[in-house]
Design a protein around this ligand. Structure first.
Ligand SMILES: Cc1ncc(COP(=O)(O)O)c(C=O)c1O
Length: 456
């Protein structure tokens, strides 16, 4: 399978993944773009996967791939860990949906409360998108202020108002969203507390601040503790609800998420992905006073919250088995160590080959991007102290992509046995040193192939 310099990447890719292409031909007329999630769009066609285990997955052609999509971030124990599989199988026998309260939802909620510092109360939802929607609605009810503030490049799902400024270019009206809905959102660039304070002064009707606490698009433009501390202070001073969107970072960066690492307690937290052990599910956790708006109370409005799949028994079973392992601290520590090793080894490779590429990131989240300046970062020694390229410049770290290079890198990495998420990837506790080493060799071969095509 390894890419060779004699044929173009696109030609090798088309041959190597011919059975995926056949499936894509069927899917094209069925799904818009032939895919079921925007992030799976791929030029000329995506790879179809038949099964996965640990850090690996296999294409329908039988090619083994090291996985860095890890279920869009929903796996930290690797694919199909035995205890999670067993818990889900056993639950399947007992029933998938009782349309009733059940023991597992209590156990699942208690685990969330035990692990997540802000979690006085918990409410399960069907997804991360539903969780951020709920958090913002609770904040609106509590403060009586209709608007919220978010940051450029921060992704909070796809309900109307949060799509504002989620992707570059940040200043365009989100497609399909009414101006009234988009107008609920005030968006500013990250990492500048003065800009936040100016916005809060200018918009007295902002009642919530929401962010991805390690940076938008899971750390493309890293955020660190000092900014979070400043935001906490500003929110308290201006009467705003602080919402950490820990849909990705929750149970990943540490058992208690980013809030536990940085010691900053938000008022509300949205979570999903690892929460439900790779099955669908989300939750909002936070101050009792805020979640109380879901309860009927004399003289207070009650926010409705239905949702067929809230705390469904299958997701609860997977979530409980996963969070029990998370509670030991070992999976997060291993995944973080794998991320750090990969960043360091990639930077060693780029220096050794004198290639203008750079790896950076925090915790188990890794980015490898072209680096025209050729700066060499110092070795990363901790989970959240890594070098930030280009002085943290938003437009350079999260701005327009060279899509030709982006897809060529994906093709090359797939040909070299790695499913790498464009310029980024996430690790699990199953990304062992051997898996990381294999990834570094795949990068070496892939960048060589890109350079041969004038794209590296
Ligand atoms: C930070 C963040 N918030 C919210 C969401 C939306 O979650 P879901 O895809 O479960 O709706 C995502 C999804 O990737 C996310 O990364």
């Amino acid at each position: 399978m390894p890419a060779t310099a004699t044929r173009t990447l696109a030609a090798q890719y088309a041959d190597t993944f011919a059975e995926s292409r056949e499936r894509f031909e069927r899917a094209k007329g069925l799904f818009p773009c032939g895919v079921t999630h925007d992030a799976r769009m791929m030029d000329p066609f995506p790879v179809y996967v038949s099964h996965a285990k640990g850090a690996l997955k296999w294409s329908v052609e039988g090619h083994e791939l090291v996985d860095y999509f890890v279920g869009h971030g929903s796996h930290i124990l690797g694919h199909s860990p035995a205890d999670v599989v067993r818990a889900v199988q056993e639950q399947m026998e007992r029933g998938t949906h009782f349309g009733a309260c059940h023991d597992s939802e209590i156990e699942w909620g208690e685990l969330v409360r035990k692990l997540v510092p802000c979690a006085e109360r918990v409410r399960f939802t069907g997804s991360g998108t539903e969780a951020t929607m709920m958090a913002l609605r609770l904040a609106r009810l509590h403060t009586g202020k209709p608007k919220f503030l978010k940051f450029h490049g921060h992704f909070h799902g796809w309900h109307d108002a949060v799509t504002v400024a989620a992707d570059y270019p940040y200043d365009v009206q989100p497609v399909g969203v009414t101006p009234a809905a988009a107008g609920q959102c005030v968006a500013v660039p990250p990492n500048d507390l003065n800009l936040v304070e100016d916005a809060l002064k200018a918009h007295a009707d902002v009642g919530a601040v929401i962010l991805e606490p390690t940076g938008g698009h899971w750390g493309a433009v890293p955020i660190r503790g000092a900014f979070l501390k400043g935001l906490r202070e500003l929110c308290s001073r201006y009467g705003c609800v602080l919402i950490f969107d820990e849909v990705i970072t929750g149970f990943r960066v540490s058992p208690g998420g980013a809030q536990a690492v940085y010691g900053i307690t938000p008022d509300l937290t949205s979570m999903a992905k690892i929460l439900a052990g790779g099955l669908p599910g989300g939750c909002v956790a936070g101050r009792a006073e805020l979640l109380a708006y879901i309860e009927p109370r004399a003289g207070k409005p009650k926010m409705r919250h239905p949702g067929t799949y809230n705390a469904n028994p299958l997701s609860a079973a997977a979530g409980i088995a996963t969070l029990k392992r998370i509670a030991t601290g070992e999976p997060c520590a291993k995944a973080n160590a794998a991320g750090r090793t990969l960043r360091n080894k990639l930077n060693e490779l780029f220096a050794a080959r004198d290639w203008n590429w750079i790896a950076y990131g925090d915790f188990s989240m890794v980015r490898a991007i072209p680096n025209p300046e050729g700066d060499r970062p110092p070795a990363a020694t901790g989970d959240s102290d890594g070098f930030v390229p280009f002085g943290g410049d938003l437009n350079r770290l999260d701005g327009a992509k060279n899509m030709k290079q982006y897809y060529a890198l994906r093709q090359a990495m797939l040909l070299n046995g790695v499913d790498w998420w464009g310029y980024a990837g996430m690790t699990t506790c199953d990304h062992t040193d051997a898996v990381v080493e294999r990834t570094v060799r795949a990068f070496e071969a892939s960048i060589e192939a890109l350079r041969a095509e004038g794209l590296g």
